[in-house]
Every structure is written in C-alpha cells, then in structure tokens.
Design a protein around this ligand. Sequence first.
Ligand SMILES: Nc1ncnc2c1ncn2[C@@H]1O[C@H](COP(=O)(O)OP(=O)(O)OP(=O)(O)O)[C@@H](O)[C@H]1O
Length: 582
Amino acid sequence: MILRLYGLVPQLGLMLRIGALQASLAILQGLLLGTLIPILRALLRPEPDFAAATPWFLLAGIGLLVYGVLAVISTPIAFTANMEFTAKLRHRLMNHVAALPLGWFTQERKARLARAVTADAGAIAHLAVTIGGPAITATLVPTTIIGVTFAVDWRMALLFLTIMPIAFLALRRAGRIVSIADEELEEAATHIAGRAIELGQAQPVLRAAGQGSTGTTRMRAALDEHRETYRRGLRKSMLPDLTYTAVVMGGFAAILIAGMLLLIGGELPIADLVALLVLAVRFLEPLGNLIELIGALRAMDNGVGRVRAVLNTEPLPTSPRPVRELSGIDIALSGVTFSYGGSARALTDVTANFPAGSTTALVGPSGSGKTTVTRLIARFFDVDSGSVRIGGTDVRDFDPTVLLNDIAIVFQDVYLFDDTIEENLRIARPDASRTELEEAARAARLDEVLNRLPAGWATRVGEAGSRLSGGERQRVSIARAFLKRSRIVLIDEAASALDPENERAVSDAIAELASAPDRTVLIIAHKPSTLRAADQVVTLDEGHVVEVGDPTTLRESGGLFAKLYDQYEQARGWRIMTTVDN
Ligand SMILES: Nc1ncnc2c1ncn2[C@@H]1O[C@H](COP(=O)(O)OP(=O)(O)OP(=O)(O)O)[C@@H](O)[C@H]1O
C-alpha cells in the first residue's frame, strides 16, 4: 500500500519524515508504558520502595515531555504534507489528462475524473497523513508492548504474541470485504455523479418535457442503486467486523485467565499482574482501533487504484525526437482512414491538400466527416491509417505544444470560462498587451459588443458564457484566434441561424481571418457567401472526398456541392423572408 502511494506521489523525504515521527511516537508510547513495571514492582511491595521508583518516575517524566514535543511537531508537518500531497496529485492528474486523446472523455470518464481530482486526491492525501499515522501507532505500540512484556514474563509475552497474528488474520479478511464494498459504493457514487452532470445538461429538454424537477429515470435508478449498494456493504462487513472484535475481546479474556492462573500458582507477583493487565489494555486498544482504520486504509488504497487507472491511460504517443516548429503551413491528408472506436468509419481513404495561405471550404451533409477532418489536423485523435502532414511533417512527429500554439480553432459551440471577457481572450495569449487585445477585438467585431456592455472588458460572461448570445460568444472565439496569431485556423461556421447583426459581424470577422495571405484556413462552411469566397471547396460524403475544386466550377458541375449550395441559399432566403415578415 505504501509503495503504491509512493508511486503516485514520490515524496520520499516527506513520507519518511512523517513515518519516522509516527514510529517514534508509537515506540515511545510502548516504552513509557513499560516504565510501569519497575514502578509498580517498587510500590506494590509490603514496604513501598520510593527510592527505587524515583529514577523510573523521572525517566517516565522525560519520556512524556519528549512525547509531547514530538506530538506537537507532528501536527504542522502532517498538515503541510496533506496540502502538498493533494496539490501534487491534482497537478499530476491535470497534466496527464491534458495529453489524453479527446475520445477518452466520455460522460462516465469525465465523472470519474471529477471524483479522482476532487474526492480521491483529497482523501488519499488526508488518509495517508491522518490515518497512516494512527495505523503505524496501532501496529507499533502492540509490537513494543510485546517486547516489554518479555522483560516481565515470557509466557505472558508469548500469549500476547499469539493474539497479534490471529487478530491480523481476522483483520485481513474484514479489510478485503470492506475494500470490495467500498469499490462497489464508489462505482455507484460515480454513476450518480455522471447522471447528475447529465441531469444538469439535459435540463432544457427535461423542462420542455415537464420533468425538470423529477429528474431522469436514469438518475433515480442511480440513486436507488447507491442506496442498495450501501445496505449490501453494511450487511456484508458486519460478520467480519464482529469476528475481529471477538478476537480482540477473547484475547483480553485469555490474558486475564492466564495471568490469574500464574498468580494463583505463585509464579507471578501481583505487581507484575497489575502492570501486565494495564499493558494488555494498551496492547489490545490500538488493535481494536485497527478495524476502524482498516476501512479507511482500504478506501485509500482503492482511491490510489482509481487515480492510477487515470494516470495509466496512455496519452497520444509522442515522437522521441519531436519537431519543434512548423516548416510550412500547407496541410495534406493522404489516404486517411479513421473511426471513433466502433466499426463505422468516420473517414475512409481521404486524400486532400490545403495549400499554404489558402482558404478551403469543407462541405458535406451532416455526419459526412467534416469535423473529423479538423480534429485529425489538430491531432485530437490519431488516424487509423494514412497520414496528416503540416508543412510536410506528420502531425504525430510534432511536439504537441507546436500544434496547440500554431492552430487556432473556432468552434461552433464556443466554450467560455466563467470569467471576464478579457480573461477569456487572454487564454489565447496570456501576455497580450492592451493594444493587442483591442486589435483582436476590432478584427473579430467584438469591439461593438464591448462598447455596448457597461462593464466592457470586465464583463463577466457567466457559466460557459451563458450571459452572451451565441453570436457574441463566437466573436470572442474569433478574437482568440486573432490574438493567438496562429498560422492555421480551423473554423466550424454556425449552421444555425444567428440574428442578422451577429451573422454579418461573424461573417465579416471570419472573412478578415481568412484574408491573411500567411494563414491557412479551413472552414466547415454553411453560408453561400463563405462558400463563394473560398479559394477551394472539398466536398465530403459519408467519409469520402467526392469533389475538389473552386466554388464557381463546382457549382456549374451540378454535383453534391451545387445541390448543397442551392439548399443553403434557399434556407437563407427563408430566413431573410422570416426576418422581414417579423
Ligand atoms: N465523438 C464521437 N464518437 C463517436 N462517433 C462520432 C464522434 N463524433 C462524430 N462521430 C461520428 O463520425 C461521423 C462523422 O462525424 P462528423 O462530426 O465528422 O461529421 P460532420 O460532417 O462534421 O457532421 P455535422 O455537419 O453534423 O457536424 C458521424 O457518423 C458521427 O456520428
């Protein structure tokens, strides 16, 4: 368990300090109790011998003082260790998940990750420090007492020695059952967390269906499952708990009977029996506490297992000699085949070139693979076969930070952090000057929004940007791309209707982003104006490239692009009519 913990947070110095401190406290406690023997032997004579007891009293006094000082020192050390362990573990987890393929982040795994970062990391550090110490005490105090007992009566010491392994065997069994129950309970708790996230996300749909307050049946089932698992766990662990308690109580009875028999037989003086009974109580008490601790320790071990499972997930492989800069900004997909894990392919043998400085419109029916192409270029996933190259280099050979720095992505569904507009922009470039921020805002037509808002740059956008409209959120996202000065920009143009003002602003901003000659732009396009302005069009259908060419020629050829273009224009006509009518 200790090795597993060390593997998770390799803080050898800290662990040794805490361990040594706790071990010293435990051994000192046992030895202090040992001073009782000479003291009682000296005092429980027909003529009490105070002179013989005095040095032992003095020794016990000094021991108590040292014990007190060590106990006081250990509190701040344990507190600091707890904080340090938690922070290190959380950082390790966050750094690791940042390198995982996006496909890993399913609803269930997101819930597990949330619990690993919050509950597990906190509990592991807390338990390692606050339960680890008492666990050391609960093991070392009885061990020291056995040693001390040998000095009094070897037969009684052997009895103490026999009780300990029997108790540990009973404890092991109880621990195993507690561990299984804890794992089942954690599984049920993770289900609840997953369903709770789902419940939050599905609120609009549930309310529309009149079920906002009752929740989903899946959520109710998860709660029932948790309750039942808890009950089952309690039932299962009751018998081993009782067995262990019986061993500990039985141990005391055995010591008492054996001591009385030796006393009656004249083989043990009364002073030694009294001292041995006090030692027996202190011997069995920490052993008794172990049953409480074992549950917590097993829970910690399970937590360690869960955190390790996240940390053991393979990130996307990195090249041993990663390329640290782009040598060009042309993009080439060559024979790319990719599926999201199931049997259905999202892309099949896709070959397409996106020349440096050009703007390409990616077009195709829903589900044809447009978003997948952009995800593979940004290396959110790795291709199953074929290659994606930027400036002639396979994206798998780049240092991942190169792609993060040189590619800007303007998603349709923009995620904003619950912070000010300024901070949401600074994510793209934390050290941007005020002038750079303002230039980016102007280019993205965000300045109009900022002028309208009373708090301007300091406006808080609300959770996930909920206080801004969809178009305004997109302008923030485009401003991020300008600020980042990325030489490759991947845009998912909104397919749904924006209000005319936002639509014009977003279109103008995208056009400006695409007009730079030193930028390669890919737009998943739905608007006739964007399609017309593109240097080339790549049409996808069911994961295959079906057309490549300039927009005018493709429109005249009457193929899939021409059909989609007409549909977009018709939809736009309807929207304009509806807007005018309103
Ligand atoms: N995360 C995912 N997990 C599993 N399958 C996915 C995932 N994302 C997309 N797919 C599937 O891959 C195929 C291509 O999807 P993709 O999102 O690339 O299409 P698209 O052309 O961008 O569609 P749309 O225009 O509707 O956004 C679809 O069949 C889709 O169901």
